[in-house]
Design a protein around this ligand. Structure first.
Ligand SMILES: Cc1cc2nc3c(=O)[nH]c(=O)nc-3n(C[C@H](O)[C@H](O)[C@H](O)COP(=O)(O)OP(=O)(O)OC[C@H]3O[C@@H](n4cnc5c(N)ncnc54)[C@H](O)[C@@H]3O)c2cc1C
Length: 337
């Protein structure tokens, strides 16, 4: 495994906060895993592109950047193709590559930053589709047994921005994922705004590539590009609450956006809760809330991870005071013990 000279993490997290770790490695080949014992790693953490993590402090242990790259079709039938993607491959490039192969299933997930290996960690989702819709297999390195094994997607406990991997952080390192993609497009256009976007682009009979283009256009309009304004996408998850509680909230706040879920539950809009608590567009120093999208926290320049986290905590308290609901962070938060 290649040890990098610098242990600085600023260029390895999309919040662009300064932090360092004990040692920084790059995993470029799976055969490097055989050497792991020799390295005597301390509390190792695997990182992809760093677009869903906030370092509020230096990381006391070793960090391994997943740089396993490559993708190929490993099997195909008349209707489907099975695609294996190495964990360090760029996600958006993987989406574009799949479309070039004439495969559909990933088009709604275009332009999500990060690596393919991180995609199952929070079961990435956008525009009505989650990776769980196409994920078949995940090959992991199990740090408990120091061995690789293949896991079926249904054993990964994939849920809304959730998985077994989030619940047991650092036990499993994802080495590659296998996706079942369709050779016969079954487009998902139900998400609000997507059909209108295609109409406005003059597309009458959309193909998968048109859907990807529409998604990219919508995302470019709505979301700040981390290369220009450092952020990690949505900072809070949409709360999922019992329908009884929803009815109580709707009595006082009939405009609260909500979407039905299984088991008499509903998902409610965290962005609406934050805006209604007065935090949209708020800025303290260089840490702020996007004026366009209340879910996105931004490092406008020199904010530290601790300052971004303090802002997040203030928002959480305000929402708790007003609605008695506790927002949960979507990115992984690295804090001092
Ligand atoms: C502008 C913007 C928009 C976004 N939009 C969306 C969106 O629409 N939907 C969505 O779901 N997410 C979204 N995100 C969040 C982010 O893109 C995803 O969570 C992405 O999957 C993170 O990939 P990464 O490689 O950057 O992960 P990292 O930030 O590097 O890691 C995230 C977590 O996964 C772990 N991890 C990473 N790789 C591995 C691996 N190979 N094995 C084991 N653990 C690993 C890390 O330890 C960490 O806990 C957005 C982020 C940004 C900046």
């Amino acid at each position: 495994m290649k040890q990098l000279e610098s242990t600085g993490l600023q260029s390895h997290n999309s919040f662009s906060v300064t932090a360092s770790c004990r040692r920084l490695f790059a995993l470029e080949h799976t055969h490097d895993l055989a050497e792991l014992k020799k390295l005597q790693l301390q509390t190792p953490l695997m990182l992809g592109a760093g677009s869903n993590i906030l370092f509020t402090t230096d990381y006391p242990g070793d960090i391994i950047l997943n740089r396993l790259r490559g993708r190929q079709i490993i099997d195909a039938t008349d209707k489907h193709a099975y695609v294996r993607v190495q964990a360090g491959s760029d996600w958006h490039k993987t989406v574009l590559w799949s479309l070039k192969q004439g495969l559909s299933g990933l088009e709604n997930l275009a332009l999500i930053p990060g690596t393919a290996g991180a995609a199952p960690i929070q079961n990435i989702g956008a525009y009505g589709v989650e990776i769980s819709d196409t994920l078949e297999l995940v090959e992991v390195w199990d740090n408990k047994n120091n061995s690789a094994r293949m896991m079926k997607a249904q054993d990964c406990q994939l849920g809304y921005r959730d998985s077994l991997f989030r619940r047991q952080p650092d036990r499993y390192w994802i080495l590659n994922i296998t996706l079942k993609l369709s050779r016969v497009p079954r487009l998902r256009l139900g998400y609000k705004g997507l059909k209108q976007k295609l109409d406005s682009m003059g597309v009458e009979q959309p193909q998968a590539i048109d859907v990807a283009n529409a998604v990219c256009s919508l995302r470019n309009e709505k979301l700040p590009n981390p290369a220009q304004l450092a952020n990690a996408g949505s900072f809070f998850k949409n709360p999922i609450i019992d329908n009884q509680l929803l009815q109580l909230l709707l009595q006082d706040h009939p405009q609260l956006p909500h979407w039905p879920q299984e088991n008499s539950k509903s998902k409610i809009s965290a962005a609406w809760l934050i805006e209604a608590s007065g935090w949209k567009g708020h800025r303290t120093g260089d840490a702020g809330v996007s004026p366009d999208h209340a879910l996105i926290l931004i490092n406008y320049g020199k904010a530290s991870g601790a300052e971004v986290w303090q802002l997040a905590e203030n928002i959480r308290s305000a929402v708790k005071n007003k609605f008695n609901l506790l927002l949960k962070a979507e990115p992984r938060i690295i804090q001092a013990n």
